[in-house]
Design a protein around this ligand. Structure first.
Ligand code: RFL
Ligand code: PHB
Length: 399
């Protein structure tokens, strides 16, 4: 089999890229290791930047998002037993975000691609990418128990943090910058109506907590826990009690979350990582294959979307003009935005979580920074601009 663009991975980045290429009249093949149900049920991100929502809508994949997505015009920060709301449109000149789960984005893109797009093979596990620096790179994969090969003009690694594509960049050309955090998140999904209209990010003496949602009847909640925590040590009642304690504020002594059946529970480690460059020859990395962020800034899925938008534009430019200039600029174009999101995600994470080795001095610094965000429109606007997403085409850095 041969294709113009061979895409490894059918997560959000691989699926959106395939859709954008299809719309530009460029053929592709998507190879996904897992089965369809697994990919569609995997609980992950919940927040779309306006720019990500706009691209999904423009790509023809936004009908359900427009019906069922919940627009959010702000978030609440809780710290020092006080609450402070950030009003995104007021702080950013009109920007907002959307609550629409990654599971739903994936379901929409899979359905659309199977109906209209090129081949999307599930349970097709890529073993190796060969000849990345030749004219005709090759993907080796197994499907239905047989070894197969796919030759391509270009290969895109959209295969996440544990994928194989990154390792096809020779060690001497790639550098990975990484930070592992000394805490994890215990995340639950619960059949309980959120009692809050917007997401709540809480700094507390007992650690970070986040209240998010999936729908008007389903809550998504997170607690900071030590690395290596076994979810079995956290019975449901203990989780609800701990969440209520961490969200407590003096102004509303009776404030409690609404409780309901817990339908999912998992511990997520937290890591920042960037691999540079994001390409080698005719192999390109996109999304989590190239970079990951701790989820505190809600950036992972949005960064993945931006990478593939840049790639799809570059392939359309190549098709129209014969020029590879935009493909050659891909890594530099993306990395500038990636590092901004890395910084923001690190900032949100380290400002809101309690490092087990943190001194009282460092806790006072965190509270001072949060107080600054709550009292200065400039500091609040900086957070709001990063959270809602910076423009896709920012002004060039001055030289
Ligand atoms: P994905 O979603 O990891 O998709 C990669 C796909 O590649 C497949 N794959 C292979 N296919 C074929 N052959 C191989 N050898 C393959 N190896 C892997 C995988 O099965 C998978 O389907 O990466 P993508 O598309 O770049 O999308 C990125 C986002 O998924 C990610 O940034 C976010 O979900 C990050 N993230 C979160 N972000 C948030 O903003 N909020 C969250 O709450 C949040 N929770 C999470 C997360 C990421 C997690 N991971 C990666 C461990 C929770 C988890 C558990
Ligand atoms: C989520 O809804 O899963 C979610 C929302 C915001 C974050 C992280 C996760 O920062």
């Amino acid at each position: 089999m041969h294709t113009t663009v061979g895409i490894i991975g059918g997560g959000p980045s691989g699926l959106l890229l395939a859709r954008l290429l299809h719309n530009a009249g460029i053929d592709s093949v998507v190879l996904e290791r897992r089965d369809r149900a697994y990919v569609e049920q995997r609980q992950r991100a919940g927040i779309l930047e306006q720019a990500t929502a706009d691209v999904l809508i423009a790509a023809g994949a936004g009908a359900r998002l427009q019906r069922e997505g919940i627009p959010h015009d702000g978030i609440e920060l809780r710290f020092g037993r006080r609450a402070h709301r950030l009003d995104f449109p007021a702080l950013t000149g009109g920007r907002r975000v959307w609550v629409y789960a990654q599971t739903e984005v994936v379901k929409d893109l899979v359905a659309l691609h199977l109906a209209e797009g090129g081949p999307l093979l599930f349970e097709a596990e890529v073993r190796a990418v060969e000849g990345a620096d030749t004219e005709r790179p090759l993907i080796r994969y197994t499907h239905e128990g047989r070894e197969q090969t796919l030759t391509c003009d270009y290969v895109i690694g959209c295969d996440g943090y544990h994928g194989v594509a990154r390792t096809a960049l020779p060690e001497q050309v790639r550098t990975t910058y990484e930070r592992v955090y000394p805490y994890s998140w215990l995340g639950i999904l619960a059949e309980a109506a959120p009692v809050y209209d917007e997401l709540i990010y809480a700094h507390s003496e007992r650690g970070f907590a986040l209240a998010s949602m999936r729908s008007p009847t389903v809550s998504r909640l997170y607690l900071q826990v030590p690395n290596g925590t076994d979810p079995a040590d956290w019975p449901d009642e203990r989780i609800w009690d701990e969440l209520d304690t961490r969200f407590a504020i003096d102004a509303e002594p009776g404030w409690r979350l609404k409780r309901g059946p817990v339908t999912g529970k998992a511990v997520l480690p937290m890591r920042s990582s960037v691999t540079e460059p994001m390409c080698h020859g005719r192999l390109f990395l996109a999304g989590d294959a190239a970079h990951i962020v701790p989820p505190t800034g809600a950036k992972g899925l949005n960064l993945a979307a931006t990478d593939v938008i840049v790639l799809a534009r570059a392939f359309a430019h190549l098709k129209e003009t014969g020029s590879t200039a935009l493909l050659e600029a891909y890594s530099d174009t993306c990395l500038r935005r990636v590092w901004r999101a890395e910084h923001f995600s690190w900032f949100m994470t380290t400002t809101l979580h309690t490092d087990p080795h943190q001194s009282p001095f460092e806790t006072r610094l965190q509270l001072s920074q949060l107080d600054r965000v709550a009292s200065s429109p400039h500091a609040a606007a900086e957070l709001a601009e990063n959270y809602t997403g910076l423009p896709l085409d920012p002004a060039p850095a001055s030289v």
